[in-house]
Design a protein. Structure first.
Length: 278
């Protein structure tokens, strides 16, 4: 969608009808007014309540929550987007793509590309676990791509706006998935790779950025998974077992245009190039 598209008009200056308003904006591809500017004292707690209301509406429309995206884990981009903490958002049966499905950026507002590590849980973890115990709770991990979007014009917002605005989620697709082995030495090797890998992101054969594991909460993707678990221990409605947990972009997010070809290479973790065409 073009950045100049007219924002939808929010009907009230209270949170009461915000979830329906945001879904209407998404369905009509009209950018939304910022809740933080239209609702007095709109807080992060208000935003997470709105996200749960949106989940209920989508589930009533036969969508299913298939996982959680953890966003803004890359501290190198916090200043650019005026945020100061990770966020959490639901991913749905309509937004998690199979390997055969193609991305559809034309259906989203100001779409951008993000390479991300993901995990799939096999059992419920807790936040004080060691890295070894934490990864033992995972069935698999891998690399995927999130198509993110902003229903707010120009990617300008405050942190609560992003949570209410679908966590900026558009679509997610797994590129490569690896089972977590039972052997402890192999698990140790995976943990070390998750802490030390590097990534090269290209667009149309031009290098956009060189990312690294420690961009994720200044540690690794496991730190993002742990932050989600800590959040769930205080917010039980957000726990999605047997689902996909993404850990945030390793680089900045980059604009997607028709016919763009992105590629990413990860040393240590996956010794191959992944190509995504739009």
């Amino acid at each position: 969608m073009e950045a100049g598209s007219r924002p939808g008009v929010f009907p009230l200056n209270t949170r009461e009808k915000l979830s329906n308003y945001l879904i209407q904006c998404l369905e009509n591809m009209s950018q939304a007014q910022l809740p933080s500017k239209t609702i007095s004292n709109f807080s992060l707690s208000d935003a997470y309540k709105t996200a749960l209301e949106i989940k209920e509406i989508r589930e009533n429309k036969k969508e299913k929550a298939l996982g959680i995206k953890v966003g803004f884990t890359n501290k190198t981009i916090w200043e650019k987007y005026s945020v100061n903490a990770p966020i959490f958002g639901f991913m749905y049966s309509s937004t998690v793509l199979s390997k055969e499905q193609l991305f559809s950026p034309e259906k989203f507002l100001e779409p951008r590309f993000e390479p991300e590590i993901f995990f799939k849980l096999r059992k419920k973890p807790h936040s004080e676990m060691s890295d070894m115990d934490l990864i033992s709770c995972c069935e698999s991990f891998g690399i995927g791509v999130e198509l993110v979007q902003s229903i707010y014009k120009g990617w300008i917002f405050k942190l609560p706006d992003t949570v209410a605005g679908f966590g900026l989620h558009g679509q997610y697709k797994i590129l490569e998935e690896t089972e977590i082995p039972s052997d402890e030495n192999k698990k140790i090797a995976i943990i070390e790779k998750l802490k030390n890998f590097n990534l090269i992101l290209r667009k149309n054969n031009t290098i956009l950025e060189r990312g690294k594991a420690s961009n994720i909460l200044e540690e690794s993707p496991l730190a993002a998974l742990r932050s989600y678990i800590e959040f769930c221990e205080k917010n039980l409605d957000w726990l999605v077992l047997d689902g996909l947990i993404t850990t945030g972009t390793i680089t900045d997010a980059y604009d997607i245009n028709k016919a763009d070809v992105f590629s990413c290479e990860l040393d240590r973790l996956f010794e191959k190039k992944f190509v995504v065409k739009f």
